[in-house]
Design a protein around this ligand. Structure first.
Ligand SMILES: [Zn+2]
Length: 115
């Protein structure tokens, strides 16, 4: 499955069609944010825009990376109403930790049923 096919699949399953999601493949040595990561996502909730960046040389199956980043978008989408509460760096840190933990747990669960 290509990254594009995976994106189409998870956007549909998670009903994220209201988001504009772009995707780019980067090389680790050109993008320091990829150091220690197979990918990352930038999101702008104001206009529901996201950019998924994938390490083009990752050994991880590309669908898993796309699934992981789509889960981040899903969790962000489901918590837009909480935005007003995130005024402090502490609140943002707690939210991003919860988001990462939940994303990993859901990713593992989805991977098991995908096999
Ligand atoms: Zn993550």
């Amino acid at each position: 499955m290509t990254a594009k096919q995976a994106l189409k699949k998870w956007v549909k399953l998670f009903r994220l069609q209201n988001w504009t999601i772009e995707m780019e493949m980067h090389k680790v040595y050109e993008d320091e944010e990829l150091a220690g990561n197979d990918g990352y996502v930038r999101m702008r909730v104001a206009d529901l825009w996201a950019l998924i960046v994938i390490d083009e040389n990752s050994v991880e199956p590309v669908e898993s990376i796309v699934l992981h980043e789509c889960l981040h978008i899903l969790l962000r989408d489901a918590t837009v109403a909480l935005n007003a509460l995130f005024h402090t760096p502490d609140a943002e840190n707690v939210f991003s930790c919860v988001n990462e933990l939940l994303t990993r747990r859901l990713e593992r669960a989805f991977e098991e049923v995908m096999e």
